[in-house]
Design a binder for this molecule. Structure first.
Ligand code: NAP
Length: 416
């Protein structure tokens, strides 16, 4: 059996990212922990790391370089250390602030609901951030996929996903139903399962704050609060109200509400301002299909965010090219948005695009925007040349089928 001290090797040529006055200070040689992932994880990581390294080298003429540090989770951690999620992995990610990971298997036993959920909870990565944009040439089920360019901020810690629920007929649900019916004069059927939907000011406001800050820093035109507040007034409706409150109290100088837009600015958003509006979730599903170009940053509770981000990704051609990140106040973990696709493990076959784009997102987050753009542009060029992995090749006429690693190499070749 390996020991943790043998396995967790701090790269001698790297320095830690630090935080000063609430901002990351990124050295030229930052230590970035990575988790390879399970199933196809090692394949896509092997294709991704050279792409990130090549972009950084090219963009900064060799003056910047990531010092990668492997940390362990999932099957590899279990094989080496008999632990699916070693504390040292969490501590290392927390210490170095920014990390990247491949997909992880959810162990069937072992007491975890999901390793991904555990990582998010233990590091308090409260915002799930999913930028969704179209890459020309990718087969899409809609007519104008190029109009989609949105970033979803999904609350990660509460809502019906908090896991507070009891099955119908259990002692717990029976007690709760009896209590609510008696004390609050309600009439919940006694054979109901019960789930609790907590939505707090704290979790809502830190999420919306992060979404607005992102819009400010990235020159985005609007932040839309997506909720079902017409029906669930004190959870989803409160999410909307607390979101507007953050916008007004903390970003009043840069945000304009829809009402102000029409009353004071004749419908024309003033230069440098961000429109803050809200939409009811069901209507928003129509909006993303019929008027996607009117939306930019979306902030929403957990369940809405889960549905909405997958619907948006489908519009631009599916999960293979969707980057993602889970971001807290002092820690961010970037990750592929698909699962481990175990049937393709070690076949060097699947599309590494999601992890590569998560890497580009990470570089953006570190302020290394030139390198990030280089990756995105080269990936676009690679797809336009129809040199793609099986998932895209099977949908494109005249495409050349590449292995996972070859797709990464092609992206590097296409960097200019
Ligand atoms: P999945 O691994 O995402 O695979 C489902 C299907 O999606 C694959 O069979 C494949 O479709 C396609 N696919 C996935 N990744 C792809 C890629 N990189 N390139 C091209 N196509 C890709 O979902 P799953 O089979 O439901 O889950 C497997 C395991 O992953 C489970 O243990 C689950 O818990 C875990 N999981 C982890 C994460 C995470 O770590 N964030 C997320 C979701 C699931 P075709 O066969 O049709 O080509």
């Amino acid at each position: 059996m390996e020991t943790e001290s043998n396995l967790y090797k701090i790269p001698p040529d790297g320095e830690p990212i630090t935080i000063k006055d609430g901002h990351y200070e990124v050295p030229c040689n930052p230590i970035i922990p990575f988790i390879e992932g399970d199933g196809t994880g090692p394949d896509i990581w092997k294709a991704t790391q050279p792409v990130i390294d090549a972009a950084v080298k090219k963009a900064y003429g060799g003056k910047r370089k990531i010092a990668w540090m492997e940390v362990f989770a999932g099957e590899k951690a279990n094989n080496l250390l008999s632990n699916w999620l070693p504390q040292q992995t969490l501590d290392t990610i927390e210490k170095y602030h920014i990390a990247i990971k491949g997909p992880l298997t959810t162990p069937v036993s072992g007491g975890f609901r999901s390793l991904n959920v555990s990582i998010r909870q233990k590091l308090d990565l409260y915002a799930c951030v999913r930028p969704v944009r179209y890459f020309k040439g990718v087969p899409s089920p809609v007519c104008k996929p190029h109009l989609v360019d949105m970033v979803v901020f999904r609350e990660n810690t509460e809502d019906v996903y908090a896991g507070i629920e009891w099955p119908a007929g259990s002692q717990e649900s029976s007690r709760i139903i009896e209590f609510i019916n008696r004390e609050f004069d309600c009439s919940i059927r006694t054979d109901s399962g019960i789930g609790i939907k907590p939505i707090s000011v704290t979790a809502t406001q830190r999420l919306v704050r992060q979404a607005i800050r992102y819009a400010v820093e990235n020159g985005k035109k609007s932040v839309t609060l997506v909720h079902k507040g017409n029906i669930m007034k004190f959870t989803e409706g409160a999410f909307r109200d607390w979101g507007y409150q953050v916008a007004k109290e903390e970003f009043g100088d840069v945000t304009v509400t829809e009402k102000d837009l029409w009353n004071e600015y004749k419908g024309q958003l003033p230069e440098g301002k961000i429109l803050i509006n809200d939409r009811i979730a069901d209507a928003m599903f129509q909006q993303i299909l019929i008027r996607p170009d009117e939306y930019s940053v979306l902030a929403m509770p957990n369940l809405n965010g889960d549905y909405m981000s997958d619907a948006l990704v489908a519009q631009v051609g599916g999960l293979g090219l969707g980057p993602g990140a889970n971001i807290g106040d002092t820690t961010a973990v970037f990750e592929a948005t698909h699962g481990t696709a175990p049937k393709y493990a070690n076949m060097d076959k699947v599309n590494p695009g999601s992890l590569i784009l998560s890497g580009a997102l990470m570089l953006d987050y570190m302020g290394w925007r030139e390198a990030s753009k280089m990756i995105v542009d080269a990936l676009q060029k690679t797809i336009l040349a129809k040199t793609v992995t099986y998932d895209l090749e099977r949908q494109m006429d005249g495409a050349t089928l590449l292995k996972c690693s070859q797709f990464g190499q092609e992206i590097v070749k296409n960097m200019i």
